[in-house]
Ligand binder design. Sequence first.
Ligand SMILES: [Zn+2]
Length: 692
Amino acid sequence: MSKKYKETFRGYLVDNHSPDAPVVTLEHLNAEEFERFFLESNINHLMLYCKDHWGNSYYDTNIGKLHNGLKEDWVGRIVPILRKHDIEFNAYYCFEYDQYAPTSHPEWATRMRNGEPLICGAQNPDATAKWGIPCYETGYRAYVLGQLKEIIEKYRPDSLFIDIFGKSLCYCDVCRRQFKEKYGYELPENDQGLMKNNGDIVQFLDHQAEEMLDEVKDTLKKIDPDLAITVNFASHYPKEIRDKLDYIFTEPWAGNWLSGAYARDTSGGKYPQLGPGDVSQVYNYKNDAVYELAAAEIAAQGCRVFMYSEPMHYDGSLDFTEAQKIGKAYREVEKFESCLKDRELLADIAIIQSDSADSLIIEHPVIARSIGRAKEGGLHRKALLGAMQICDYSKYTWQVVPELELSLSKMKQYKMIILPNLFYIRSELKHDLEEYVKGGGCIFVSGETGTYDQNGELLEDFALSEMQGCHFIRKNTKYQRNVWSAYITQTNGEVWKYCEKTTPPVWHYILETESAGANILGTFRFPAVELTDTQWVNWGYPLPGKETAIPAVYQNSYGRGTVLQCCFAFFDMQTEEFAWVKKFFQGVLEKYIAPSVYLDTENKNILEYTCFDRKSSNELILHELSKMAEIAFGDTPAIPGGELILNIPDKQIKAVQMFYPENKEITFIQKEGRIRCRLEDVRIHSVYKIKY
Ligand SMILES: [Zn+2]
């Protein structure tokens, strides 16, 4: 009856995938040394290899293959140590990378279009590892299920972590047959067919993975109904799969800070855990402050902290410096751990996340490897990441909301809803957005939002045309090669307040539209020339040409609310380092939103913060962090904490206390219904409790 996974905030994995001796000999593998390592690193969650990428098992298996250097049942030896120290035992088992399985059973290999086995890293000249990839629609399925059963029956882990989950695209006989039965045509073999049928193919692979997960759950929950199960990169699987997991584990894909937010917001409240593998690099260690900041960022976003690294030497002994560094960071986490549970994030801005948008409009055929696919995302995730970065910079509060969780009543919690490249808008979502805006809400639309149907076919007009107050004419990619494909002439609108007085460039494409009543806040200029092999202006992107009347930015009043629209890839541009988009967004927010929580600071690129409401004890919990340790390779100068401004009418603020790194009372002033509070200098991380 373990519920440990709900509150273990200090996790770790000795992440040494080990080939057999003579490369990795393990003759000095020593359980007492591991025990000392666990205690020094101050962990309360250990992910322990049961089977690694080499296909080597570390427990007494009747089905799989033991590492040839093992002299004892390693899992059996470690588990009592974990129990003794009340450390969660999280069993690690790898699905799709397994060097041994497809070598000993060639008929289990995942097949490429040409019939050759798919190898991880084979197409990538920079990849160091080239593990085999078995297909679990073959005899490998029974092998996996049999091993998992052995592990759960024999060692009763608290939780199970499945690595390299998902389903790689496979052309084995079984996968081909399954596809044809389901979709009525052959699994496409050329790029054109793969692109055309991308939606079916991604759905097929997701279903294969989901069915495998169902079978794993059925098998294992019969043995232990309380076993908590997750998969790696859980945030990037569709909601149907996320909903079937007991908790969410994800490796960072956008730095620890933003990935933590994304993991939290896609977890459905289910104990998200974020695990970076780049904080520590054994043999080439980073400064302690880098570890401390990473742990603080993950915790401050509401995730359980996890780290993994490779501290085991070839003979099985350990690089103890790693334990000291992790221990130092985790002793800090322990000091504010009591603040991390039983709380809800406060957010004024919602960024809508869609599971389907990234498979709807694509630029290349599906990536065969499931992990490559999960990590990559598409044009929607790119825009979503840009929106996260811009919102975070604004120092307003924000969160990501999966579209299927966004009911009208939930929308009403937010002062602004962002739709970043949400290619297809479901009719239910459209209806709710209309009601939300009519009631006084504000939405920000950008890129190709609402220009496609559920099959990826271009619509004649925007799905939200009425609210936007304009009509779609065409997407213009004529100047794509220019990179700066158009420029904007600004109006005198306040939204431009923080932008330099110039004609800011836009990226790759524009949407040509015509106003049906919306106010135009900017118009496009095309570049002076189209960049070709024979046509250019200077070293840089061709400069702005003549003025056009094509609107670039709109503001429309709809009901009591407002719709803002950028007819170009506004949020994507943040990830392409267009400097003006953050400034423009700041102007938009200042004009259209009165924030409940705002951090007034000149160090917007350095400070990070989150604010949670803990209703059970009538307090807000505020985390403030300085990113300097990351930016400056471990240096942690004192950064002025800025001024916190609260405008939460239903909460009467009684006291502001710094809780970490020290306990002290903080003065605040109350004026015109607002609380203003100067925060202390911050070097890495501070936690405040705001009592109401
Ligand atoms: Zn297959």
